[in-house]
Design a protein around this ligand. Structure first.
Ligand code: FAD
Length: 318
């Protein structure tokens, strides 16, 4: 089922989808299964699996010098999505990113997903590189998510970039994209960002999942601005429970978002991260309840490995 179909079918009942990171290289798929064994009792409509581009790490050499090496620390999004789908019979949404991939490599990954019967994709540009923060596309890849959407929509029509593909399958991918209630960090203003968000929808995106936010009013304003800009697809709120005190500074710095003062004051009072997790749990619970009361039954939670806190939130709201 596509994500808009899930939303239509829910008839307004609250549902929570979860977003997982592929485990660090060297771990086993069981780390994902252990997380999902705790989350599946909440009947998530779908599970997202993030994608991570290669990055530069510095390896210490025998002579003590550091040498840069390109590493991919979290591989396996396609395989993990397939394993989750097979084990739990739940719809999976692998993320497909522009960063680090040529069009042909992307096409190969999409062919694999199509073979595996995985039809839902979250299509995004990907983060900039960890050192400069700047996004540099692969010379044969896409600079923006909208280019990647075009490639996927072409495959849905049977148009592939590889010349030798004979009688190509019309893939039936359903595409979601990212939206930013407090604007994307690189966008000069929200109007400009919404212009490009609308472009992604016009090119074929069927729904939007937002960046995390901690003030629901920010989300409500964003939805209003989207509707005024002619963006009429479903918008799913993305939420992250605060779980360590450092989030107070790290989240605004990393994602250019605001922590409301009421939440910041509560977090500043915490003497350890157990207390922080309690505050984060209560805040996200209240957010989900208010979103639901205002006509947004679906919430998408960035789990980031904090499964026990998320289990408690799910118990509170479902
Ligand atoms: P785009 O839509 O391409 O936009 C990027 C910037 O360029 C914006 O400022 C936009 O306004 C501007 N822009 C867009 N099109 C144009 C154009 N044609 N001309 C000029 N400017 C333009 N990152 C990962 O690496 N892996 C993940 O799995 C991942 N999952 C995510 C899931 C969600 C729900 C969200 C919200 C983010 C996720 N990210 C992930 C982070 C994401 O990759 C970054 O936020 C990235 O910087 C932007 O991605 P995007 O798809 O929104 O980019």
């Amino acid at each position: 089922m596509t994500i808009p179909e899930h939303i239509a079918q829910s008839n307004g009942s609250p549902r929570i989808s979860f977003e997982l990171l592929p485990p660090i290289k060297g771990s086993s798929i069981n780390t994902i299964f252990e997380t999902l064994d705790k989350l599946m009792p909440f009947n998530p409509p779908f599970i997202n699996i993030t994608y991570h581009r290669e990055e530069v790490s510095y390896m210490r050499q025998a002579d003590g010098n550091l040498k840069p090496a390109v590493v991919r620390k979290r591989p396996g999004t396609v395989a993990i999505a397939a394993a989750i789908q097979a084990k739990y019979k739940v719809d999976v949404v692998p993320h497909i990113i522009c960063g680090g991939f040529s069009r042909q490599e992307t096409e190969d990954a999409l062919i694999d997903l199509d073979f595996l019967g995985i039809k839902n994709l979250l299509v995004i540009r990907g983060d900039g590189d960890k050192i400069t923060g700047r996004f540099k596309p692969n010379p044969h890849g896409h600079r923006y998510a909208s280019g990647l959407i075009e490639q996927i929509i072409n495959m849905n029509k049977g148009i592939y970039s590889e010349q030798y593909v004979q009688n190509p399958t019309h893939t039936g991918f359903s595409i979601g994209v990212a939206g930013y209630p407090e604007k994307h960090p690189e966008a000069p203003n929200l109007d400009d960002d919404l212009f490009y968000l609308k472009q992604k929808v016009d090119k074929g995106a069927e729904y939007i999942v937002t960046q995390m936010f901690f003030d629901n009013q920010v989300f409500f304003n964003f939805v209003k601005r989207c509707r005024e800009a002619g963006i009429n697809v479903p918008i799913i709120p993305g939420l992250k429970p605060v779980s360590i005190k450092e989030h107070l500074h790290v989240l605004p710095r990393t994602f250019s978002l605001t922590i409301p003062s009421a939440l910041a004051k509560e977090l500043q009072k915490c003497s350890d991260n157990n207390q922080v997790r309690d505050v984060g749990r209560e805040w996200t619970t209240a957010q989900i309840k208010e979103l639901h009361a205002n006509g947004y039954p679906f919430s998408h939670i960035y789990t980031m490995g904090k499964v026990d806190q998320i289990v408690k939130i799910s118990e509170n709201v479902l």
